[in-house]
Design a protein around this ligand. Structure first.
Ligand code: ZN
Length: 645
């Protein structure tokens, strides 16, 4: 049924689909009504949720809920599996000050012995309204995802899942919530929620289902700026920025124009939009976690304080906004069936994350180039780093790409040490290589008449323009969607790449695109930007080391000269060839050993012990690039051309 809907998109199929969805919704409404006579009282009265952000700069957020209830036993849940994070990382540890009251009397609670996210209470007779007070301790370090550091002296990002409980047994989509927020004096905010007014110092928002509330974070700050993007496009798009300092908001007009171009390019690519308006919520701070999290109508984009005023930092984050924006189509609207859970207590199945994240990684990078957020040369430099990293990844001989997706929920928290042997969430970078392979294969099969653009328009645009909703898919739907563009053994094509234990990465997309991966002694845009911005030394494709700015070894490439010499992650490089370690000193030592029989000598410290190691390496500096192969189709150049004027 779904296959026909995606493949044919005929009016008949679409009508049947709408009818089926209507019947399912009616059935769900009936079942909800039938089971609603204990605990939570589903009624026209929404749950009220008042959040107080005035103490956010002190890393504590206060919340108060008022919930209609029936007398009797009741279980309340704290959201556990957070959409887009693909793991059970709801920050339950930081929930504090939990007190239930009714009619002025405190009600005792007990946590479930097994489920740490569940609280049991008994609602007394005669009670119809439950009051819940809770605090969220925003004390996490600046790492991880939405539960990582979210506040500073001048700003706060509110993720609603951190400050709510909801009744067990009722789907979050069936719970209406009326939210309001008290902001610190003088702060402004951005969100996809609809502001309805202000009363008693609190900003009121329109009632929404709980799942939409959790999908609509709020960015607030003392130094705040909202810029409308692509004002000729409907629905409306906004760039909302909160920064640690006023100077960080001085974004260059060229970058604003590129973000407007991004809005137009997505319209051309996806031929649809699935939101009522869209807000890029960009936190510019060195004191918060750095990551991006997608939502239907907004994205939570947290980057370094100077990202929009420093060209190197802008380039290193070039794919962030296009990636999270693309998720509004690929991830939120079209979603793998296993990730389409409608209750935060239920586990997610990540086996199609190479589509959800891998395709998004590819399209996000392509859109960054098409929009002018980065240059084509910068795109190729980043792609070369991705290709070379995946091509020098010994872990791929024991763990296939499919397993990195299946195991996503235990891989996101993995550190960088021995990363190349464990593998990590490789379905992002290697997924990008596979979707480039798909794109160039379609172009090759159709003599450049069709491309992945056609797949995106049909797959992400099924049903045309819609409000936020989910249309799930399976592996077979993806295959059917590709076959609809051009018939081919797509199932075999994808399975071969997903289950390969080859020591080399799938680089056919690059060669079919008219380029090849080469190694030279010139670092190129990407490495130069990273070394300049972070002080990291990248000697990965030469001696096999990733080194932090203070000389700590982050990772050692299995099989490299450093591996054979006995170096390991966590060791500190003290000296290279008798000189105190600095990235430049290491570079000079590598140049000096080139073509000789002299090893590179290092003194390293390891948990309080020193040792001398000799690296048998003589190939000099070595960095990866994409080089054009003349006389072959230039599909990669074609792919980067904008679709709009
Ligand atoms: Zn993503």
């Amino acid at each position: 049924m779904l296959k026909a809907r995606i493949a044919g998109q005929s009016f008949f199929d679409y009508t049947c689909w709408l009818l089926r969805r209507l019947l399912l919704k009616l059935l769900a409404a009936f079942l909800t009504l039938a089971f609603s006579f204990a605990g939570y009282a589903q009624s026209s009265v929404p749950v009220r949720l008042n959040v107080d952000l005035t103490d956010a700069p002190r890393k504590i957020i206060h919340a108060r809920m008022t919930m209609p209830v029936h007398p009797g036993p009741m279980t309340l849940l704290y959201p556990k599996w957070i959409p887009g994070e693909h793991e059970p990382d709801g920050p339950i540890t930081d929930l504090a000050g939990l007190v239930f009251t009714a009619n002025g009397q405190q009600i005792p609670w007990v946590r479930d012995d097994v489920n740490m996210f569940a609280f049991h209470i008994t609602v007394p007779q005669g009670v119809s309204t439950l009051d819940i007070k809770l605090d969220f301790l925003a004390t996490a370090p600046p790492s991880g995802f939405s539960a990582g550091a979210s506040t500073s002296a001048s700003l706060a990002l509110l993720s609603w899942n951190e400050v709510v409980l909801y009744p067990s047994g009722t789907k979050p989509s069936q719970i209406q919530v009326q939210p309001s927020i008290r902001f610190p004096e003088g702060w402004q905010f951005g969100t996809a929620l609809t502001r309805t007014g202000e009363a008693n110092g609190e900003v009121q928002f329109a009632a929404v289902p709980l799942n939409m509330l959790i999908d609509s974070p709020v960015l607030a700050g003392r130094y705040f700026k909202e810029i409308p993007l692509a004002t000729d496009v409907t629905p409306k798009h906004y760039l909302d920025m909160a920064a640690d300092g006023p100077e960080d908001l001085a974004i260059k007009p060229q970058l604003v124009n590129a973000f407007s171009k991004l809005v137009r390019e997505t319209g051309a690519l996806y031929q649809s939009r699935h939101y009522n308006s869209y807000h890029f919520l960009v936190t510019l701070s060195d004191d918060v976690a750095h990551f991006g999290l997608e939502h239907h109508q907004s994205s939570d984009d947290r980057v370094g304080e100077r990202t929009f005023i420093d060209d190197n930092l802008s380039y290193l984050e070039a794919d962030l906004l296009p990636h999270e924006f693309t998720h509004s189509w690929n991830g939120k609207y079209r979603r793998p069936a296993g990730l389409n859970h409608d209750d935060y207590k239920d586990p997610m199945i990540g086996n199609l994350l190479w589509v959800y994240e891998g395709l998004t990684q590819y399209l996000g990078d392509v859109l960054a180039a098409r929009s002018g957020i980065e240059t084509d040369e910068q795109f190729r430099s980043t792609l070369a780093a991705t290709a070379a990293t995946m091509d020098n990844r010994p872990g791929r001989t024991w763990r296939d790409l499919q397993d990195t997706a299946t195991a996503a929920q235990i891989l996101y928290e993995a550190g960088p040490q021995w990363d190349n042997w464990r593998r990590n969430v490789d379905y992002y970078p290697e997924g990008e290589l596979i979707w480039l392979d798909v794109d160039t294969t379609i172009r090759k099969l159709t003599h450049d008449k069709k491309s992945l653009n056609d797949f995106c328009a049909r797959f992400e645009g099924v049903g045309g323009n819609t409000p936020p909703e989910v249309v799930p898919y399976t592996f077979n739907d993806v295959v059917a969607g590709l076959n609809d563009v051009v018939p081919y053994d797509w199932a075999g094509f994808l399975r071969e790449r997903l289950t390969s234990k080859s020591s080399h990465a799938p680089l056919d997309g690059i060669t079919q695109g008219g380029y090849r991966l080469v190694y030279t002694d010139q670092p190129g845009d990407f490495i130069t930007a990273r070394e300049t911005a972070n002080g990291e030394a990248d000697a990965w494709w030469s001696i096999g080391l990733r080194i932090t700015s203070d000389g700590h070894i982050d990772d050692v490439l299995v099989g490299s000269a450093s591996d054979k010499a006995g170096l390991g992650p966590g060791m500190q490089i003290v000296a290279v060839d008798d000189r105190q370690y600095a990235p430049q000193v290491l570079g000079q030592a590598m140049l000096a050993s080139k073509g000789t029989k002299q090893p590179i000598q290092m003194i390293v410290s390891n948990t309080g012990y020193y040792k001398i190691v000799n690296l048998d390496y003589h190939d000099g500096l070595r960095f990866r690039h994409l080089e054009r192969v003349q006389g072959t189709p230039d599909y990669l150049d074609e792919i980067l051309k904008p679709m709009t004027k």
